[in-house]
Design a protein around this ligand. Structure first.
Ligand code: SF4
Length: 267
């Protein structure tokens, strides 16, 4: 998930499949409703311009560094089912202040049928058609899920937790194979708005790792937009709650290395 934080609380009830399975299987909901952990009426950190953000419940990763572990279970007593009309009622209230909608999580693509229904309504209803539709994703979704989503999706912010598969498994509990395939596929389709790198000091931030990651991304798209998401311990579980955070000099160094490696669009 992305830079904004879902404020929902509470442990999941354990219904549905366990986190870590079912890439893009439409977990736990019918297409008519989505299981929503929380929402923000507007924020400027989840895509272009001010946006309403919906945080879906349930994730197929189990990241050590997750700031919102309460959104990982596929069901939660604190999440509730929203219909498309429920979402649009909130959108209507925020309309004077927003340029679009971002669906985050948890992992938004797990509930892809609901996203397709929501975004299709936004695109076809004259009241909402001026709004852009974005997804904030961990990238662990299969091509058929993207094929269903992309016709009604303007852009995707996608997290790359680690280029090295072993490190990725350590961070998330899953291989990065689908993530890398998603980056390639979305870039090819012109729908990859940005790739977000979560950098944790001493774990995935060596110069060598940054250069290799930049080279891989630029081979996919020489004009790839890259965003650094600095690791923050707040809200994470052990052992990540004890990891160090990057100081200002380290953050500057990351930027220098990525720029030197050829990343032109760095935020
Ligand atoms: S992808 Fe990782 S950080 Fe994002 S919601 Fe899922 S477990 Fe948390």
């Amino acid at each position: 998930m992305g830079a904004s934080a879902a404020a929902g609380t509470g442990a999941g009830t354990g219904a549905g499949t366990a986190a870590g399975t079912g890439a893009g299987t439409g977990a736990g909901t019918a297409a008519g409703t989505g299981l929503v952990a929380d929402f923000l009426p507007f924020t400027w950190v989840d895509g272009p311009g001010n946006r309403l953000v919906l945080f879906m419940q349930g994730c197929n990763f189990d990241c050590t560094a997750c700031h919102n572990p309460q959104t990982i279970p596929l069901a939660s007593t604190h999440a509730r089912d929203w219909s498309v009309d429920d979402v649009l009622a909130k959108v209507r209230e925020s309309m004077p202040y927003i340029r679009g909608i971002t669906v985050s999580g948890g992992e938004a693509t797990l509930q892809w049928p609901f996203l397709v229904a929501l975004f299709t309504r936004v695109k076809t209803d004259p009241e909402f058609a001026h709004l852009t539709t974005f997804i904030d994703s961990n990238g662990h979704a299969t091509q058929d899920v993207w094929d269903a989503l992309l016709p009604v999706t303007d852009g995707v912010m996608l997290d790359l937790k680690a280029l090295d598969d072993d490190v990725h498994r350590t961070f998330t509990g899953q291989s990065n194979e689908l993530v890398l395939a998603s980056i390639r596929s979305l870039a090819r389709a012109g729908k990859l708005y940005e790739t977000r790198l979560m950098l944790a000091p001493g774990l995935n931030d060596s110069d060598e790792t940054l250069r290799a990651t930049a080279a891989w991304l630029l081979a996919v798209d020489p004009e790839m937009r890259v965003k650094i998401n600095h690791f923050h311990a707040h809200g994470t579980r052990s052992p990540a709650s004890g990891w160090p955070e990057a100081d200002e000099a380290t953050r500057e160094h990351y930027r220098d290395v990525l720029l030197d490696a050829g990343v032109q669009y760095l935020c």
